[in-house]
Write a protein that binds this ligand. Structure first.
Ligand code: FAQ
Length: 309
């Protein structure tokens, strides 16, 4: 039974009132948001790395320009999200430090390698496709700055998803070798994308409390099912096969049912032991160190402007 401030807070949430930075909030609400928003921000900037790997090898000028724009959008999403986290009284430097020291999490999906050009198609189609399904409800979450950041992010994600699906559709309709490449990318990205939504609801540590606070408007399993139901017909349309022999359409419920998910793999990757975890962190840390002169120059310039004013 909630009392006092906590009770009044929950009543505001239940009534659909948005919480803003200056409002009173329980410390655990603030901490949950800092955790989720900063993990989300880290995911955006670590998520730039697997695709960045292909910018110099995109197969045409147009594909290169499109991929560059997408990866820049992700840098922008990271910035909106770090700014949203800062409204909760944390500093961006501390958040970045937590990422670089390995303390903070980011999405498991970005610890897989991008071996061929088709992986860029698979990321846009599946990873951005999953991201949109997870993020559309977040536009209506109880914390104002997070919800507002999500509105713009979702618009850009839908362009990202389309560019990925376009790459996959073109490859799937191409030569035998191109079609094989597309199928191979789908084989490798399907299960990690299904895992992106997080553990099953029964094992979700934060799920129930975040639902009560309207930070999460749907459970992990519901969103995962929505992604599966959306993606299976898309694969059919372009003649690719979802790598799951148990996949079947339940005529009664209208849902596609999948085979078992390898949760051991998920937890291994989340704990730092996926195929690319070490490489991703090392690249981020190196970029931060090599960018020190840019930060110093920007500070020096800002000081000069201020002194001149
Ligand atoms: N990876 O209790 P829950 C993108 C952790 S999209 C790693 O269910 P929660 C766009 C979880 O943190 C990707 N860890 O947790 C893009 C918790 O650990 P903790 C980013 C995961 O928070 C596309 C523990 O497991 N999107 O970047 C994962 O209620 C293409 C227990 O789980 C977001 O972050 C995972 N997949 O629900 C960019 C969306 N799943 O913190 C570039 C916002 C769970 O206690 C290219 N976040 N864990 O140590 C959310 O909606 C939620 O945080 C969930 C997890 C749904 C991810």
């Amino acid at each position: 039974e909630l009392e006092g401030d906590e009770r009044a807070f929950q009543e505001r949430i239940d009534a659909g009132v948005r919480i803003e930075p200056q409002d009173w909030m329980p410390e655990t609400y603030r901490k949950t948001l800092v955790r989720q928003i900063s993990q989300h921000a880290h995911s955006e900037i670590v998520g730039m790395l697997p695709e960045g790997n292909w910018i110099t090898r995109a197969p045409s000028l147009q594909r290169k320009a499109t991929l560059l724009a997408k990866v820049q959008d992700e840098g922008g999403h990271g910035l909106y999200l770090y700014a949203a986290a800062e409204t909760l009284g944390v500093s961006r430097d501390d958040l970045i430090e937590a990422l670089h020291s390995g303390k903070a999490k980011y999405s498991s999906i970005f610890n897989y390698p991008t071996l061929t050009w088709a992986d860029i198609g698979a990321i846009g189609w599946l990873v951005d496709g999953a991201a949109i399904i997870n993020q559309i409800p977040l536009c209506r979450c109880s914390y104002g700055p997070y919800g507002r950041a999500m509105v713009r992010v979702c618009k850009e994600e839908s362009f990202h998803q389309r560019q990925g699906f376009d790459i996959m559709a073109k490859l799937a309709a191409g030569t035998q070798a191109q079609k094989r490449m597309a199928q191979d990318a789908l084989n490798r990205w399907w299960w990690p994308a299904v895992m992106m939504f997080g553990p099953p609801d029964g094992e979700s540590v934060h799920g129930a409390q975040s639902a009560a606070w309207k930070i999460k408007l749907h459970g992990n399993d519901d969103l995962r099912q929505k992604f599966i139901d959306q993606t299976v017909p898309q694969a059919d349309l372009i003649g690719l096969t979802i790598p799951d022999p148990a996949l079947s359409l339940n005529a009664e419920t209208g849902h596609h049912e999948i085979g078992p998910i390898d949760w051991d793999e998920f937890y291994r990757v989340v704990k730092g032991d996926g195929p690319c975890n070490r490489e991703r962190l090392a690249t981020r840390v190196e970029a931060w160190e090599k960018g020190a002169w840019v930060r110093e120059a920007a500070m020096a310039h800002a000081m000069k402007q201020r002194n001149a004013a």
